[in-house]
Design a protein around this ligand. Structure first.
Ligand code: FAD
Length: 512
C-alpha cells in the first residue's frame, strides 16, 4: 500500500506537487515536504502554458485569490521578435485556427491571403496583444463570451472548439510561498532541513532520506523535486540522463529582475522571445517588474558576453541589478519513475525555456502521477505506462523547439547557421518533408501528446519564415467566399474587442 508520500524539494515543482496531491488524494495519503533553506531554488520560471488553469482549478485557487498576491498577469501569446530578420515579429497565440469550408484559415491565407502578417489575419488574439488588452473585462467576463449590443451569441466562436485563450506570468518565489501556505494549511507537513543522504533497501528502492536535524524520513513513495541535481533519481538511484544537447544546444542562461513602471509602460499580455546572436532573450511582464533572461549556447558566447548583451538589451533600468547565471541540464531521465521514486520538475527533465514548458511538464507529471498512482501497491505496469507518457511528451517538445531554430529564416551568425545544419531528431525528416505539401495537422506532427497542437506548429512554420510551404493545390478549385467572410468577421471582432476591452494595466490595477 502506498500511503506515505515524501517530497524532497520546495521549489515550484515541490509545492505544485504537494498541493495537487493533497487536493486530489486528500486524507488518503500523508504528504511530507522537506526543503532546504540553504539550497536556493532556480529562481526563474515565470511564464506558463495555457493548461496551467487546470492546475489552479484542481487545487481550488480562483484568480483573485492568488494573482494579485503573486504580481501575476495574463499571457495570451508569445511574441517572436527577429527570428526571421531584424524588425520582424509575429505572435504564437493560445488560439486554435478557425475553419472555413473544411480548411483552416491558415490554409486559405496561404492561397488567397494578401497580407504580410498571417498571425494578424488568422488569429484574433494578435490584435489584443498589439493593443495590450486584458482578455477579461473589468466585470470579469472573458472576451470570448462578449458580443456587441444587439448581436446574438459570440460571433462564430460558438461553432469552433476553442482552446483556453490564456496562461499566466507570475513571480515564481511568491507563487511557491502561496502554494506552501495553502498546502500546509490543508495538512501537508513541511520540514525545513537539508537532506544529507538517501538510503536504499535491499531491492535498491528508497527506504528513507536522512536529514540534518529531523532524523530519517520514511515513505512509500518519494518525489524528487531537487531541481537539476536530481538528488534522488540520478545521484542515489543512478538513473541515466538522456541529453538533448545534440538537438538543443542552449545550455546556459543569465537572468535579471528588472523593475518596470507599469503606469507609464503598460503591461504586455504576452511573453517576448527576441532572437539574439547566440540564443534568445525572454521578457516576461509581471505587475511591477520584468523578468528578463538571455538563453544561450556556451559554445557561442561566454557568460560575460551574455550578461553584457542582456544588460544592453534591458537598458538603464538594469544598472546595479544582480544577474543570476544558470547552467541548464537539457534532456530527460531515461525513466522519470524508478522503483518508488518519481522525479518531477527540473530533476525529471527540461528543454530550455522557449515556449515555457517547464511548469507545463511539472503539471503533466503530477496529473499523470495521480492517474497512475499505485494505490494498491507498486506496480511495474503503471510505472512503465507513466514513463512512456512522460518521455514522449518531452521528446515531442524537443522536436517542436528544434523546429524553432531550424525553421527560422535567421542565419546571420555562426549560431544561427549551425541551427540549419544540425542533425534532425529521429523520425522528424519525414514529418518535416510533409510540411512542404500541407500545413501541420494531427496526422503529420509528433504523434503523441506534447501539449502543442497543429495550430502551434502552423504558427511557427508561417512565422519563422525559413521554410516555404506550398498552398494546398485543391484550393485553386474551391470558392473562397466562405473563407473571405470568416477573415472579415475575425477582423471586425478583433477591432471591436481591442476597442472595448480594458488594458492589462487597467484590469490589474483595479484588482491590486
Ligand atoms: P528548483 O527551483 O531548483 O528547486 C529545488 C528545490 O530542492 C529547492 O527548494 C531546494 O532547496 C531543494 N533542495 C535541493 N537539494 C536539497 C537537499 N539536499 N535537501 C533539501 N532540499 C533540497 N518554466 C516555465 O514553465 N516557464 C518559464 O518561463 C521558465 N523559464 C525558465 C528559465 C530558465 C533559465 C530555467 C533554468 C528554467 C525555466 N523554467 C521555466 C523551468 C522552471 O524554472 C522550473 O521548472 C521550476 O522552477 C521548477 O523548478 P524545480 O522546483 O524543479 O527546481
Amino acid at each position: 500500500m502506498v500511503r506515505r508520500v515524501v517530497i524532497v524539494g520546495g521549489g515550484t515543482a515541490g509545492w505544485m506537487t504537494a498541493t495537487y496531491l493533497q487536493a486530489t488524494l486528500r486524507d488518503k495519503v500523508s504528504i511530507t515536504l522537506v526543503e532546504s533553506d540553504r539550497v536556493p531554488t532556480v529562481g526563474v520560471g515565470e511564464a506558463t502554458f495555457s493548461t496551467i488553469r487546470g492546475f489552479f482549478q484542481t487545487v481550488g485557487l480562483a484568480e483573485q485569490d492568488w494573482m494579485p498576491a503573486c504580481n501575476a498577469t495574463y499571457k495570451l501569446a508569445i511574441r517572436f521578435e527577429n527570428w526571421r530578420e531584424p524588425g520582424h515579429h509575429f505572435y504564437h497565440p493560445f488560439e486554435r485556427l478557425r475553419v472555413a469550408d473544411g480548411f483552416t484559415l491558415a490554409e486559405w491565407w496561404q492561397r488567397y491571403g494578401g497580407g504580410e502578417r498571417f498571425d494578424q489575419e488568422c488569429f484574433l488574439i494578435s490584435a489584443l496583444c498589439d493593443a495590450k488588452r486584458s482578455p477579461r473585462f473589468l466585470d470579469g467576463r472573458l472576451f470570448e463570451d462578449a458580443v456587441p449590443d444587439g448581436e446574438e451569441g459570440p460571433a462564430t466562436l460558438s461553432e469552433q472548439v476553442t482552446q483556453f485563450p490564456y496562461a499566466y506570468h507570475f513571480d515564481a518565489a511568491l507563487l511557491a510561498g502561496h502554494l506552501m501556505r495553502l498546502g500546509t494549511g490543508r495538512g501537508v507537513t513541511r520540514v525545513v532541513d537539508d537532506v544529507l543522504a538517501t538510503r536504499l533497501d535491499e531491492r535498491g528502492w528508497i527506504s528513507h532520506v536522512v536529514t540534518r536535524e529531523h532524523g530519517d524520513l520514511h515513505g512509500d513513495l518519494f518525489i524528487d523535486c531537487t531541481g537539476f541535481r536530481g538528488m534522488l533519481i540520478n545521484q542515489a538511484l543512478g538513473e541515466p540522463f538522456v541529453s538533448y544537447a545534440r538537438e538543443l544546444p542552449n545550455d546556459r542562461a543569465v537572468a535579471l529582475r528588472v523593475p518596470s513602471d507599469v503606469e507609464r509602460e503598460g503591461i504586455r499580455p504576452y511573453t517576448t522571445a527576441t532572437a539574439m546572436d547566440a540564443g534568445w532573450i525572454w521578457t516576461i511582464p509581471l505587475y511591477g517588474r520584468l523578468g528578463m533572461g538571455y538563453v544561450y549556447a556556451s559554445d557561442h558566447a561566454s557568460p560575460e558576453e551574455a550578461e553584457r548583451t542582456l544588460r544592453d538589451f534591458a537598458g538603464p533600468a538594469a544598472r546595479d541589478l544582480e544577474a543570476n547565471h544558470i547552467r541548464m541540464r537539457i534532456g530527460r531521465n531515461r525513466n522519470s519513475w524508478v522503483g518508488n521514486c518519481v522525479a518531477i520538475g527540473l530533476s525529471s527533465g527540461f528543454v530550455e525555456p522557449l515556449e515555457s514548458t517547464g511548469i507545463f511538464f511539472i503539471q503533466h507529471g503530477i496529473e499523470q502521477l495521480v492517474k497512475h498512482f499505485p494505490a494498491g501497491g507498486h506496480d511495474d505496469g503503471l510505472r512503465r505506462d507513466y514513463n512512456r507518457l512522460i518521455a514522449r511528451c518531452m521528446d515531442g517538445v524537443r522536436e517542436f523547439l528544434f523546429f524553432h531554430y531550424y525553421g527560422a529564416a535567421r542565419a546571420d551568425t555562426p549560431y544561427w547557421k549551425a541551427a540549419k545544419t544540425r542533425d534532425l531528431p529521429d523520425g522528424f525528416a519525414e514529418r518535416l518533408a510533409s510540411f512542404e505539401r500541407r500545413l501541420p495537422d494531427t496526422e503529420n506532427i509528433w504523434p503523441h501528446y506534447h501539449g502543442f497542437e497543429p495550430y502551434s506548429w502552423t504558427s511557427m512554420l508561417l512565422g519563422l519564415g525559413g521554410l516555404t510551404p506550398a498552398p494546398r493545390p485543391v484550393l485553386d478549385l474551391l470558392e473562397p467566399a466562405g473563407a473571405r467572410r470568416e477573415f472579415a468577421e475575425l477582423r471586425r471582432r478583433a477591432e471591436w474587442l481591442a476597442a472595448e476591452l480594458p488594458s492589462q494595466y487597467e484590469y490589474f490595477t483595479a484588482r491590486h
